[in-house]
Design a protein around this ligand. Structure first.
Ligand code: IVH
Length: 666
């Protein structure tokens, strides 16, 4: 009894402290799973001793207090949180509970959608005009972050159609993985601490006082619920409301399934989990909801969570393991990056053996030493990183990391330019840099040579078939086929993938060169101002700086790279070899996720470059793969489609032309 009392107090303090770190400081000490476990324990204790529950207990509110510096916004209808399940059995038990409560023997309809891993927000529209945007806060009172939410392009400032006088919609603001990765790269470059995951970077962005910061970071939103206005709208179900909200011009989930069959809903969850790594953004599970609003109303809520919904969480993507060494890797631009070598650990279905430590400052901030037990987190296909050290488990003897004086690959003395946080290898011919440049050149956002992953690049380099990007276009099938684990067929595929990659926009080509500070966005910006690559090659630093968004750092970096005689020769060689498209890439609508979860194969000669079709199809949420199988949803076929067409017929895959694909993309 006395033990329970002590533990109760301890739990309340711990949870409050974690809430503060998480919601106010954006610097959590424990994983979500650990927090959930503490909360569960508290709820169990309080259930056993109902007399001990006080209004101040963290169990009595949804989340942390609004931060200072923002106006408080009262939510007219409370924003609830969700109960969690982690297994199919718990989902079945949830269904049983729901039906028992309703006295319903036959199956009822549920819908299921992704659980977006961002920050819950409410948007208030008055007469269809965006007025206030707020965070959930403690569920009753949140923070006014209108100035930041209105910078999000998928937040309509005016609704379409005729919405009710006052409409509150709820959803999740989140940062897509690509933007998260870019933001962290920039922060590291500026010597700032990187964000642990996209959710933290979203929270950090929404909490900015200056909306310019948010405007420069492409957040997105997805809407899944309604506060005030719910009754006036007269929607009958969650499914209907999603369709209705979309009519108002709001962005809702494209990944959605409604069914009476629990098994089908569980299968949808499993499918989401399978596709988790290929999504553009992080999801941490799915949310199962009773579809019918009348039934939702009868079910009501318990402990600040609705009885009609449950979060079906994926296994955590954080885990603990031991650091067995700290090595230094050499990046594309020569940056020397410390990497933790880990005791292998499975995180969300992937074995993790390395994690980035970013730079020496980060090592010191985390105080990571060889021998330490650490928390490792993985998000999407982002490189795993060390989040924190478990100091309680530090052994008596640990070893601190000493940054190397020389490049670990070519032994050239490393330099740390003034004002920079990172040490670099200055040798332009460092084999490590060459390797990374080649990997980058072939990678997804760059030339996107299908099937040419890092392993194969390494094999080609080791076989001395490849030193610079332009070598790719002279590779011979026989030489490739002679490599380990390759054959005539895969060699042929590789050569045709390389051939296909020749069609490339100027922006992508510039990005593919791997010049420091020239990311995808800057590649596009340069392409828009220098439609002819040769003019860019000869542009002075001053001419470069005249371009909007190009500052002295980027201009300097461009000149430094392009003035290197070998780089200049390679640039000219590539301009000769590739079929570079000048001008901006086709506008890609960000509202469409029309092909979410679909798999598309492209074949034949098309009226616009294949790379542009590919980009548009990817932007619509589909995967684009190189060969037709039963899993393919569409074959986009141009003229002379060849063997893929036959294969598509065999596999009963729908074959579409360019016009039909336009329609599908909406
Ligand atoms: S419905 C009353 N649907 O999960 C139920 N929530 O732990 C309201 N979330 O606060 C939530 N995706 O931040 C719902 N498709 C989705 C969601 C979702 C993410 C978040 C939301 C909520 C939290 C609950």
């Amino acid at each position: 009894m006395a033990d329970d009392r002590d533990r109760l107090e301890e739990l309340r303090q711990l949870i409050e402290q974690h809430n503060y770190r998480y919601h106010i400081l954006d610097d959590p000490l424990v994983s979500d799973a650990e927090w959930d476990a503490l909360m569960r324990e508290l709820l169990e204790l309080e259930a056993r001793h109902p007399g001990w529950v006080t209004p101040e207990s963290p169990s009595q509110r949804v989340h942390g207090a609004p931060a200072a510096g923002f106006n408080a916004v009262e939510h007219a209808v409370a924003m609830l949180s969700l109960d969690n399940a982690t297994s199919a059995d718990e989902i079945r038990a949830f269904d049983t509970r729901v039906r028992k409560f309703l006295g319903e023997k036959s199956p009822i309809a549920y819908c299921i959608e992704p659980k977006y891993d961002g920050i819950a927000v409410e948007l208030t529209y008055e007469r269809g005009v965006f007025r206030i945007g707020s965070t959930r806060g403690d569920g009753r009172t949140g923070e006014d972050v209108s100035h930041n939410l209105r910078t999000i392009r998928s937040v309509p400032l005016r609704l379409r159609g005729s919405p009710p006088q006052v409409l509150d919609v709820r959803g999740e603001a989140f940062m897509p993985l690509a933007a998260f990765r870019r933001l962290n790269e920039e922060r590291l470059d500026e010597g700032l601490q990187p964000f642990a995951n996209p959710r933290n970077s979203t929270a950090g962005t929404l909490r900015q006082l200056d909306p310019k910061v948010a405007a420069a970071r492409p957040l997105e939103i997805v809407i899944y619920g309604i506060g005030r206005g719910h009754d006036e709208l007269g929607f009958g179900s969650q499914g209907e409301s999603i369709a209705g909200l979309r009519e108002f011009g709001l962005k809702t989930s494209e990944l959605f399934c409604a069914s009476y069959e629990i098994d089908e809903l569980i299968a949808f969850h499993a499918k989401l989990e399978n596709e988790r790594d290929s999504l553009r953004y992080e999801i941490d599970g799915s949310v199962l909801k009773v579809d019918d609003f009348a039934l939702q109303k009868r079910l009501g809520e318990l402990n600040r969570s609705p009885r009609w919904a449950i979060a079906f969480k994926f296994p955590a993507r954080q885990s603990t393991t031991r650091v067995i060494g700290i090595e230094t890797s050499v990046g594309r631009t020569g940056a020397l990056t410390p990497v933790a070598v880990l005791e292998p650990v499975a995180i969300g279905g992937v074995t993790v053996e390395h994690a980035s430590l970013h730079n020496q400052d980060e090592i010191e901030r985390l105080d990571v030493r060889v021998g330490d037990t650490v928390f490792v987190e993985r998000a999407g296909d982002v490189i795993p990183k060390v989040v924190r050290v478990v100091l309680d488990l530090r052994p008596g003897r640990t070893r601190r990391h000493k940054p190397p004086e020389n490049c670990p690959v070519c032994d050239t003395p490393a330099v740390r330019p003034e004002g920079e946080v990172v040490k670099r290898c200055p040798n332009p011919n460092c084999p490590a840099k060459q390797r990374e440049r080649l990997r980058h050149f072939a990678s997804r956002g760059a030339l996107d040579v299908e099937g040419l992953g890092e392993k194969l690049v390494d094999q080609l380099i080791d076989a001395e078939l490849l030193t610079r990007p332009s070598d790719l276009f002279g590779l011979k099938i026989d030489r490739i086929a002679a490599l380990d684990r390759m054959g005539q067929k895969s060699a042929q595929n590789l050569v045709s993938a390389i051939e296909n990659s020749r069609d490339v926009s100027l922006g992508r080509f510039l990005y593919a060169l791997g010049i420091r500070h020239v990311g995808e966005r800057i590649g596009e910006v340069l392409a828009a101002s220098f439609p002819d690559p040769i003019t860019l090659l000869d542009a002075s630093k001053q001419e470069l700086e005249e371009v909007d968004e190009i500052g002295p750092t980027i201009a300097e970096s461009l000149r430094l790279s392009l003035d290197e005689p070998e780089n200049r020769a390679e640039f000219l060689q590539l301009v000769d070899t590739l079929r570079i498209q000048s001008g901006p890439e086709l506008e890609v609508g960000n509202e469409s996720e029309a092909l979410a979860g679909k798999t598309v194969v492209i074949t034949g000669t098309l009226s616009i470059p294949r790379s542009q079709w590919k980009k548009r199809i990817l932007a619509a949420g589909a995967k684009v793969t190189g060969s037709v199988s039963k899993k393919t949803d569409y074959l986009l076929a141009g003229e002379n489609p060849g063997s893929k067409l036959e294969k598509a017929r065999e596999c009963e895959v729908e074959v579409v032309g360019e016009d039909r694909m336009e329609e599908l993309l909406g």
